[in-house]
Write a protein that binds this ligand. Structure first.
Ligand code: PLP
Length: 384
């Protein structure tokens, strides 16, 4: 692809090493991991190798890892496990900037009578620990927060949130989809009960995720069937996908600091130059600790959906935070929660880089973005 791909928080390409490791599992090594013969054993061993690789990436033990079809499934399973034990009532504390996998699951819980507290954030995307503490009542079953925000890259203070949850004796789920492979994760040390991650955000294949479950945390399976995943998820495993996930996780762990430093330098350069050269540009969450690959920029008066569409024709893939709801476009709920401004939410454009991003791409992107913002502004002014 000759395009400049600045949408790595949406998905990433499969690492060549991961693809190479996966291929035999589509042909020669096709055994069912549940079969009691040599072909089955081969597939089982490959899954266990991947389990160890994923466990190392997030700092847990192998038997904590349950492979799923996506982070969405992992997230749903975590919330289901913490809330469904014959209960019809209880409180779940989360934030208003979570991914829809959390927000929409919580919406469905609300319909069944659960109380959902969605904590707001400040204009820099920060969560107030005092507000969080006050929201945890005796009825609270679970606190579900993200480690890093997919739209702005803003990092929540997971260590302090985890201390708070332990002090209050409530279960904690962390959506670590955008953090895994970008910053160090020490799941077991922090005493996190549930943690969700996704393969395709860290250069593994799509259709695979993992839920990390602490040994003493309640677990309820969403997939009722066979005994796979130690009776925690029925259904024959996606062996090739899991193998690719394992290799990608292994690489992400061994190259973590190197990738982060290189990506951060390029992200900072992109951001600084945009702010210096494009009038009316501002960064959402720029004053907060963020994952190294993400910048969320608003260009005053420029609609991000239009900008993203025109950038695409210029060979640059970026993203707006808008979502499609009942046939209408709803602007970024994250920037809306941060700023309370519909105009700013409509202006939010995300550029998410990776270790594959080059200096040349940054230079080309800067001139494409500057040119496109001017063009979109001119066209919208003429239309007035
Ligand atoms: N959580 C966050 C923060 C995400 O960014 C995403 C994907 O964009 C998900 C959850 C869902 O991941 P998956 O595509 O594996 O279901």
């Amino acid at each position: 692809m000759n395009k400049i791909y600045f949408d790595s928080n949406a998905t990433t390409p499969v690492l060549p090493h991961a693809l190479e490791a996966m291929l035999p599992f589509f042909s020669d090594r096709f055994g069912n991991p549940s079969s009691a013969h040599v072909a089955g054993l081969d597939a089982r061993e490959a899954i266990e190798t991947a389990r160890a690789q994923v466990a190392l990436l997030v700092g847990c033990t192998e038997d904590n890892v349950v492979f799923t079809s996506s982070a969405t499934e992992a997230i749903n399973t975590a919330i289901y496990s913490a809330t469904d034990s014959g209960r019809t009532r209880g409180r779940v504390v989360t934030t208003s900037v979570e991914h829809s996998a959390v927000l929409n699951y919580c919406l469905s819980l609300e319909k069944y009578g659960f109380e959902i507290v969605r904590l707001g954030v400040d204009e820099n995307g920060r969560l107030s620990l005092n507000e969080l503490e006050a929201a945890i009542s005796a009825q609270t079953l679970l606190v579900s927060v993200m480690w890093a925000n997919n739209e702005t890259g803003v990092i929540f203070p997971i260590e302090q949130i985890s201390d708070l949850c332990r002090k209050k004796g409530v279960l904690m789920h962390v959506d670590a989809v955008q953090a895994a492979g970008k910053i160090p994760i020490t799941c077991e040390d922090l005493g996190i009960d549930y943690l969700s991650i996704s393969s395709h955000k860290l250069f593994g294949p799509k259709g695979v995720g993992a839920l990390i479950v602490a040994r003493d945390a309640p677990f309820r399976s969403l997939h009722i069937g066979g005994h796979q995943e130690s009776h925690r998820r029925g259904g024959t495993e996606n062996v090739a996908g899991i193998v690719g996930f394992g290799v990608a996780a292994d690489r992400a762990r061994s190259e973590l600091f190197e990738r982060a430093a290189a990506t951060r330098a390029l992200r900072d350069r992109l951001e600084k130059t945009i702010l210096e050269e494009i009038p009316g540009a501002y960064v959402n969450g720029g004053a907060t600790e963020r994952i190294p690959n993400t910048t969320n920029v608003g260009f005053a008066g420029v609609d991000s959906d239009t900008l993203v569409a025109v950038l695409d024709t210029e060979g640059l893939c970026a993203s707006s935070g808008s979502a499609c709801l009942s046939n209408s476009i709803v602007p970024s709920h994250v920037v809306m929660a941060m700023t309370g401004s519909y105009a700013k939410a409509r202006e939010a454009t995300r550029f998410s880089l990776s270790h594959l991003t080059t200096e040349d791409e940054i230079e080309r992107a800067i001139s494409i973005i500057a040119r496109t913002v001017t063009h979109v502004r001119n066209v919208s002014q003429k239309a007035l």
